[in-house]
Design a protein around this ligand. Structure first.
Ligand SMILES: *[C@@H]1O[C@H](CO)[C@@H](O)[C@H](O)[C@H]1NC(C)=O
Ligand SMILES: *[C@@H]1O[C@H](CO)[C@@H](O)[C@H](O)[C@H]1NC(C)=O
Ligand SMILES: *[C@@H]1O[C@H](CO)[C@@H](O)[C@H](O)[C@H]1NC(C)=O
Ligand SMILES: *[C@@H]1O[C@H](CO)[C@@H](O)[C@H](O)[C@H]1NC(C)=O
Ligand SMILES: *[C@@H]1O[C@H](CO)[C@@H](O)[C@H](O)[C@H]1NC(C)=O
Ligand SMILES: [Ca+2]
Ligand SMILES: [Ca+2]
Ligand SMILES: [Ca+2]
Ligand SMILES: [Ca+2]
Length: 842
């Protein structure tokens, strides 16, 4: 979609169709004389099925050939054709003297009389040139790739379910195509990983691992009399257990690397969690987290400020800017009526929230539902249903292999493994791309669930999210997926209410309307997550039900009732989220409906609850509604596997090194939404448009603050041209700036007081983060020689009318004193939820 990709793509399309044409023409170009020894490839006609074809070996002996005359083979061709109705299809592969004959369409004129009595075999047998012939039969062959010798592989129904067809992750077709997660690292954040285990050791990544409980690099689990610390090892095996080693089982992404972060075997603190979420985040691509707050049905908890900041920082800076992928389990509190929207890890927009279904595709007793559930995959079910077969630790009573891995804990690693497969075929998928692809490709299961199709045509149920993850669909979609435009958000003001919550079946209804004007600022067109932050007082908060209705009419139970939750603390600024409006138009009226489901007999909960205040936050992008539909079409078009089978490949932009300066815990309070985009369009992004809208705030920020670089240019620098955007994608825009900068003495001046020299990146961020500027900028000069080796940076503020810019920077002393410079600058603009203030620097 991005225009920057359109040209290479067209070239690719042209080249491939040209090649195909050439190939198609080849046989007719090469000599078609069948039994001559021309080695054109055989092109069996459609009618040449098994049983209709004959393989023939001719004498290749030159003497014999001479004896019977040079044309004898053509002669045989003729006879075979006339008498037996066989068409020559040419030489068989590289086997000289071997030909394939097919009984094609009956040639009425020449052979109808003969065919009744004459068998092709007889004709061939009678011919002097035929050394050997054979009628071809269908050979039974099974593909090697799925014939692993691992003893428990046959029991791994989640990989290949022979009993309930379709109830598996459909991964074997990917393995056959050598898609196994190669080049991707998944880290299991858990109670350790037994990395010396036979099924793990060859795929173990010590570089991605750490032990936060003992503060050492080795995450080996500790045997423990009270709690089995086998959990992490089991999860690791699901992801990357080594295949075909005659031991135990096979992992979903057995070509990937698996690392371990040991953090659950000891007291867990906010800071430990924060460290875990960002540990080795340029090595680890995917964080698999099969844990969360207590699933007791009355807990409301999630990541605390540092953990939140780490998740946020992970998606900004992890994977070189493409964003760490956090996969979390939705929780096992089903029997307590727990709901994953009370789990801040599941609820977070940064996480991929995965629930479980049993081998029949149904919701197991332990599974939780919620509006923020993205998708489900397989795990254990009731008594008679099979659990997940995977590696196990070999400590204590462990055998190194188990058939009893259960719960949503077992589902999340399968999802993490599937994401690893996606990242192999398309390493530059952003954290949001992965979520988008899941929403588009998950399949409906379990007709008893509360499926509902939203305004964008996506089906979702509170039990199963968008449905079952299907590795085949995920990877085919990933292969053709262009990154979505950067994330934008819209936030309503905090709406003070102080309204009593009515008793069911009455309900308190509040509305907030988001106008086109409100969205013009961010350029948001379509939705991803929708979040509602509420402060509610209530004597028994489990009785309160909170429903959000999106403009399309799509209903989300964002705050479900929980019978066990008798807590009188209510909700203090708790954020509920939903993915159910994904892909819908953002504009319109949002309705919040709150009701109190009182129990008639309990006095304790009689008091009236109050909605104190609430706030609506929309997350989405500039993708238009029709672009969302078009993407769905493209994705479905890719499902045949044709893009996996061909050499098709979309370009991937390079990653971005984000220096440690910005590793600072910023809170969600620092997300600001007052950025001034006008209609950012995927791909075609004309710079002046952007500059007018978005750089205004920067400019005023610059004008109203003391310059960090003292050498504020006296002469405005004019640039006459800038090129278009290279890509507008993920959470950043990459521009190609073609500057024609009139030389100005400013380039000679240095700013020695800044650490790292002059106007370094730190200075830039500092500069631009003032006034909640929406961008972080990194200027990377490349291009014509005079500028190579130049170190410098640009901070620009452009006003609509004049092309005035503020600059700081320098050139080497060796730069000619007077020069017209053409700057080619790739400027990486990292936009994170449109506007992030780095409070640390302000
Ligand atoms: C598995 O190993 C066996 C030998 O033990 C080998 O014959 C077979 O080809 C291997 N299968 C795969 C898919 O590599
Ligand atoms: C499962 O994968 C195969 C390729 O291995 C594909 O042909 C088939 O359509 C897939 N099934 C589903 C339901 O996606
Ligand atoms: C699969 O990929 C690996 C690594 O690139 C390569 O060594 C191997 O030959 C490939 N196998 C097939 C069957 O393409
Ligand atoms: C893909 O490219 C490789 C190497 O460039 C080539 O060997 C292979 O035949 C190609 N495959 C297809 C299906 O075009
Ligand atoms: C660069 O700018 C100078 C002065 O502003 C102008 O004379 C020159 O034509 C420009 N060159 C290009 C290629 O735009
Ligand atoms: Ca250790
Ligand atoms: Ca194995
Ligand atoms: Ca829970
Ligand atoms: Ca989530």
């Amino acid at each position: 979609m991005a225009t920057s990709y359109v040209f290479p793509f067209l070239v690719l399309v042209f080249l491939s169709s040209f090649t195909l044409l050439l190939l198609a023409l080849l046989p007719s170009v090469s000599p078609s004389s069948p039994f001559s020894s021309s080695s054109g490839p055989p092109w069996p006609s459609a009618s040449c099925g098994p049983g209709q074809s004959w393989a023939v070996k001719l004498h290749t002996n030159k003497n014999l050939e001479r004896e019977y005359g040079e044309e004898s083979s053509d002669d045989l061709d003729l006879i075979a054709n006339r008498q037996a109705g066989l068409q020559n299809q040419g030489q068989i592969g590289q086997l000289e003297g071997h030909y394939l004959l097919c009984s094609g369409k009956p040639d009425v004129e020449s052979a109808s009389v003969w065919r009744k009595s004459v068998q092709p075999g007889d004709v061939l047998a009678a011919h002097p040139h035929v050394l050997w012939f054979s009628q071809e039969r269908v050979l039974s062959r099974s593909k090697r790739s799925v014939a692993f010798n691992d003893p428990r592989y046959p029991q791994q129904w989640h990989l290949h379910n022979d009993i309930n067809k379709g109830m598996d992750i459909n991964v074997t077709g990917l393995w056959e195509r050598n898609i196994t997660g190669r080049g991707v690292t998944v880290v299991v954040v858990d109670d350790g990983v037994e990395h010396t285990h036979q099924d793990i050791q060859p795929n173990y990544s010590p570089e991605g691992s750490y032990d936060l409980n003992s503060n050492d690099p080795d995450p080996m689990p500790h045997p423990d009399a009270h709690s089995d610390n086998h959990h992490g090892t089991r999860c690791a095996g699901e992801i990357a257990a080594v295949p075909n080693n005659s031991f135990c089982a096979v992992g979903v992404a057995y070509g990937s690397k698996v690392a371990g972060i040991r953090v659950l075997d000891g007291p867990l603190t906010d800071s430990l969690e924060a460290i875990a979420f960002n540990k080795h985040y340029q090595v680890n691509d995917i964080y698999s987290c099969s844990w969360g707050p207590d699933d007791d049905g009355h807990t409301v908890d999630g990541p605390h400020p540092l953990g939140k900041a780490a998740l946020q920082h992970g998606v900004i800076a992890g994977r070189r800017g493409f964003g760490s992928i956090f996969v979390v389990a939705s929780g096992n509190g089903g029997q307590y009526n727990d709901n994953c929207n009370y789990d801040g890890y599941a609820n977070s927009i940064y996480t991929i929230t995965i629930g479980a279904v049993d081998e029949r595709g149904r919701m197991p007793f332990y599974a939780e539902e919620c509006a923020s559930m993205l998708a489900v995959t397989f795990s254990s079910g009731g008594n008679r249903l099979r659990s997940i077969v995977t590696s196990d630790w070999s400590m204590q009573q462990g055998t190194g292999c188990t058939e009893g891995h259960t719960g949503t804990s077992a589902a999340a690693p399968l999802a993490a493994g599937m994401v690893a497969l996606m990242l192999q075929v398309r390493p530059c998928l952003s954290w949001r791309d992965v979520q988008h692809i899941i929403t588009f490709t998950a399949t409906k299961c379990d007709s008893s669930a509360d499926w509902r199709v939203n305004g964008a045509g996506l089906h979702h149920s509170h039990q199963h999210g968008f449905g079952l993850l299907n590795a085949w669909r995920l990877v085919n979609a990933a292969k053709v997926w262009e990154s979505v435009p950067f994330l934008v958000s819209y936030q309503s003001p905090v709406i003070k209410e102080d309204m009593p919550i009515l008793t069911y079946s009455n309900e308190l209804i509040r509305t907030w309307t988001v106008t086109a004007d409100d969205l013009r600022q961010s350029g948001m067109q379509t939705l991803e997550h929708v979040a509602v932050t509420v402060t509610i007082t209530h004597p028994c908060r489990g009785n309160v039900e909170i429903v959000l209705v999106c403009p399309s009419g799509m209903i989300s139970v964002i705050g479900a009732r929980r019978a066990v939750d008798r807590d009188s603390a209510g909700y203090q600024d708790w954020t509920f989220s939903t993915v159910r409006c994904w892909g819908e138009r953002a504009e319109g009226q949002y309705r919040l409906k709150i009701s109190d489901h009182k129990e008639p007999l309990t006095q304790q909960c009689g008091a009236v609850g109050v909605l104190k205040q609430w706030k609506l936050t929309l997350y989405g992008s500039s993708m238009t509604f029709s672009e969302v539909k078009e993407r769905r079409r493209l994705v479905e078009d890719a499902m045949s596997g044709k893009y996996l089978d061909s050499n098709f490949s979309l370009p991937c932009p390079p990653g971005l090194d984000i220096p440690p300066e910005i590793v600072s815990p910023f809170t969600s309070n620092s997300l600001k939404v007052n950025c001034d985009y006008t209609q950012p369009k995927l791909g075609v992004y004309s710079f002046p448009k952007l500059s007018l809208a978005c750089h205004g705030p920067i400019r005023s920020a610059l004008e109203n603050t003391p310059y960090l670089c003292t050498n504020k240019p006296s002469t405005p620098i004019s640039f006459s041209h800038f090129d278009d955007v290279l890509s507008v994608s993920r959470d950043r825009i990459i521009f190609l700036y073609l500057f024609n900068v009139s030389y100005s003495p400013v380039f000679h001046q240095r700013e020695p007081s800044m650490p790292g020299g002059g106007c370094g990146l730190r200075g830039l961020w500092r500069l631009l983060s003032l006034g909640s500027a929406p961008f972080w900028w990194v200027g990377v000069p490349v291009g014509p020689l005079p500028l190579v080796g130049m170190r410098g940076c640009v901070a620009g503020a452009w006003s609509p009318g004049s092309a005035a810019a503020s600059w700081c920077g320098w050139l080497p002393e060796t730069a000619p004193p007077k020069l017209m410079f053409y700057f080619y600058l790739y400027i990486f603009v990292l936009v994170y939820p449109c506007s992030v203030s780095l409070l640390k620097y302000v």
